[in-house]
Ligand binder design. Structure first.
Ligand SMILES: Nc1ncnc2c1ncn2[C@@H]1O[C@H](COP(=O)(O)OP(=O)(O)OP(=O)(O)O)[C@@H](O)[C@H]1O
Ligand SMILES: [Mg+2]
Length: 367
């Protein structure tokens, strides 16, 4: 029995020499059909040179021919038109800016939220999974895109070992705790050198929006790589984000970085929903005494400076880390903990901000 996974796995070994990325991640494989031992697909070329096309064609047929059970491979050459025409009745509500047309990509997604930070390790992924979970518990349909090329931790934090499926040439996201999820970690090889990952981000984000069948979602939450790099730029170019949540720790070093990141989102016209101060304090379980391990008041100062709300102060809490490592976010795992309450309040604050921003937006012109 030849499976689609086996064929795609084999094709992942073929790199486009110009894009320096494998042809599956680039979305070049279209119309894959498997009839018993015969495999047919189209290589949907974009702007590859004639020489590259010829090389990729012969390499693709060769690697698939080597998959156990395959007797015949037919590779057609096509051009990289979108896999499907844009859907007709896009409504695009919840999207702040006009430039690129989001309805062409994800017409049924109402709000897109990026979770970002100045630097790594401040708790972006923890905030992403718990915010998403809290939105879900509030009754919303939620998707998560883990676009942190340098540390795609979301599959781990949601305990999902599944692989994305394919149906009618579109990617089916993985399901985790009632949410839909895609991660760059599910698509790249762990051993892929890190230097290749930066340039991947643009096509990854495009593919996540164009080729993944998200269906109708109230919120699509992005875990971004840290910093002010390509990912932020790519994402805000591909879709108009409804807003960004900035995560920081209270100490000054992190704040310097987060200022740069905020400035960049402002330049890109992405509304700042507010600040989440993570690892704000620690409550000693034995004495109940509160310690400010990383200093105090940083998040509030930042919020005042940019005139945005401080959305949450999340305490340092060993169970939160443990829950992340075990694959069930604390918001689900211990729903009546102070930590879970903090994240539920965060979800309420984020929803409130999105509504507020939507109300401030000028009404679309008619006609
Ligand atoms: N409030 C918290 N209390 C306890 N541990 C936390 C808290 N927030 C995050 N952590 C832990 O700190 C580590 C870093 O957090 P996380 O992975 O969410 O950060 P990140 O900004 O996504 O990091 P990276 O840049 O590596 O992707 C993780 O082990 C996580 O479990
Ligand atoms: Mg992370």
């Amino acid at each position: 029995m030849v499976t689609q996974d086996a064929v795609l796995d084999a094709l992942r070994a073929v790199q486009d020499p110009e894009a320096q990325q494998d042809i599956v991640s680039l979305g070049l494989i279209r119309d894959l059909t498997i009839a018993e031992s015969q495999v047919t697909f189209t290589l949907a070329f974009t702007n590859q040179s004639a020489a590259s096309k010829a090389t990729l064609h012969s390499m693709a047929s060769r690697v698939v021919g080597r998959v156990p059970g395959v007797s015949k491979v037919q590779v057609k050459m096509g051009s990289g038109q979108p896999a499907r025409p844009p859907q007709a009745q896009g409504h695009g509500h919840g999207h702040a800016h006009g430039a690129p047309k989001p309805e062409d990509f994800i017409p049924e997604v109402k709000q897109t939220i990026a979770v970002s930070s100045g630097k790594g390790g401040v708790g972006k992924s923890t905030v992403t999974v718990n915010l998403a979970t809290a939105l879900r518990l509030g009754g919303a349909s939620v998707g998560i895109i883990d676009s942190d090329v340098y540390g795609p931790d979301i599959p781990l934090m949601l305990g999902s070992r599944g692989r994305p499926g394919m149906f009618e040439n579109r990617i089916i996201p993985v399901e985790a705790h009632g949410m839909k999820m895609m991660s760059i970690g599910l698509l790249v090889n762990d051993k892929e050198p890190l230097v290749w990952r930066g340039p991947m981000i643009h096509s990854f984000i495009q593919q996540m929006l164009k080729d993944v069948n998200w269906g109708a979602l109230d919120y699509l939450v992005f875990d971004m790589p840290p910093g002010t790099g390509d990912a932020q730029l790519s994402l805000s170019q591909v879709i108009p984000l409804s807003g960004v949540v900035m995560v920081t720790t209270p100490q000054e070093v992190a704040l310097l970085d987060v200022r740069k990141a905020i400035a960049m989102f402002q330049k890109l016209n992405v509304p700042i929903l507010g600040i989440v101060e993570n690892m704000s304090y620690f409550v000693a379980p034995d004495t109940g005494k509160r310690y400010s391990i990383f200093g105090e008041g940083g998040g509030q100062r930042l919020a005042n400076e940019y005139n945005v709300p401080l959305l949450a102060q999340v305490p340092l809490d060993p169970a939160t880390r443990q829950a992340g490592d075990d694959g069930t976010p604390i918001t689900l795992r211990v729903p009546d903990s102070p930590q879970a309450r903090t994240f539920r309040d965060l979800a309420v604050a984020v929803r409130g901000r999105l509504d507020e921003l939507a109300a401030q937006r000028p009404l679309p012109k008619i006609g």
